[in-house]
Every structure is written in structure tokens, then in C-alpha cells.
Design a protein around this ligand. Sequence first.
Ligand code: CTP
Ligand code: CA
Length: 228
Amino acid sequence: ALLGPAGRPLAGRRALVTSGPTREPIDPVRYIANHSSGRQGHAIAAALARAGAEVTLVSGPVIQPDPPGVSVVHVGTALEMLAACEAALPADIAVCAAAVADWRPEAAPGSKIKKEDGGEPVLRLVENPDILRTLATRPDDRPALVVGFAAETGDILAYGERKLGRKGCDWILANDVSPETGVFGGGENSVVLLRRGAAPEPWPKLAKEEVAARLVERIVAAFAMGEP
Ligand code: CTP
Ligand code: CA
């Protein structure tokens, strides 16, 4: 019953996925970014498409190929990512796996900053919009199920639960991104599924493709039970 017609249980559902880092320009040749590879987000987009969903993947700059059967919108900055996500609405499901840069340089000059201009440049940063929170709190077209990640070091559970409260999303996959785990850029992920009003559910360390497959199974089950 969970599989539905032709094993495509999410047929007729629209999904939006964010993936990869964002790049925030310092000047025309330099930027601030992070180590996100996009592997997890891309795997989730691919798994949702395999389950029959109509998927838009909004991706920052990554080496990953575009997943088959997914419409991919390539963006650079967090502001571009937010605009592309809003343009992709309405959606039934949103999964925010991107490692959005939390801050961007307030202003980027139109020409390259030169050493010979003298002195060391001082960057003033301003906070980027929170895409997950924006999607989860849209008044008119909030996706029925909004899922985020919580990249943490230290007390993953406590930070993850706090993020679940703060973001207004339905589920959070909290993951340990301490350098020794190799999660950032690696092929595996170690996550705890946090849902409102349910006990935390630690998953074993799995390949990112398997984390994606499990997440999609949970999404299918939630829709089958009329949960979201
Ligand atoms: N996220 C987002 N837009 C941002 C920042 C984060 O959509 N500007 C999303 C991420 O895609 C992820 C979730 O929010 O699904 C949590 O990201 P994370 O970096 O762990 O949390 P932050 O709220 O940015 O807090 P901090 O980095 O300070 O821990
Ligand atoms: Ca962050």
C-alpha cells in the first residue's frame, strides 16, 4: 500500500531540495564559501525523483552531476538560492540540505581589491536570510512537510532540538560534522532524526545515498498516514 502505482509513491507530489554551499563574493574574483560537497542534498533529490516526485533541486556550486530526472537550478549566493526556492513554490515537500553561508560581505566592489591599494582589507559581514525558516513560515504556500539539517559539533541532540524549535520546520536530521567524522565532503553520514513530539531516532552511520533512501521512505510513510 505504501508503494502505490508502479512503485512511485510520490507521483503527483512536488518537492524542493537545496544542496551544496553558497558563494558570497568579496570582489569579482574572491568569495566566502564552505566545504559542502552537495552529495547529501543531491542524493535526496535523486531519491525523491525515483519515488515519483516532481523535483526541483536548487544547488550551489558543486562538482556533483545533475541527478537524473530532476530539474536543477544552479545558483551562487544565498540570496539567489532563496529567490530560486521561492520561484519553485508551491511544493508539497521541502528538504533544505544546503550549507548556506550564514554571512555575506556587506558590499563587494565591482573591481578586484589590489594589494597595492595599501593596507589589509576589513570585511564587514551581514547575515544571510534563513531559507529553511523562510520556507517553513510562509503564510500562504508553506510546503506540507519541511525538513532541515542541523550541522553540529558537540552536543548534537541538544543543538538539533533547539534548531527544530527555532526554524519552524517539521523534521530535522541532525548530523555530526566534526572533522574526525569525515561527514563534510565524505561519502557517509551519521544522523539523528528529530521530529516534533517524538523521541529522537538515531540512524546508524550510512552512505549518503542510504540516508537519502531512508528519508524518502519516511516521507512516503508520513504522506501515506496523512501526517503532514
Ligand atoms: N539554512 C538555510 N539558510 C540559512 C542557514 C541555514 O536554509 N541561511 C538551513 C540549512 O540548509 C539546514 C538548516 O538551516 O537545513 C540548519 O543549518 P545550520 O547551518 O546547521 O544552522 P544555522 O541556523 O545556520 O545555525 P548555525 O550555523 O549557527 O549552527
Ligand atoms: Ca549555518
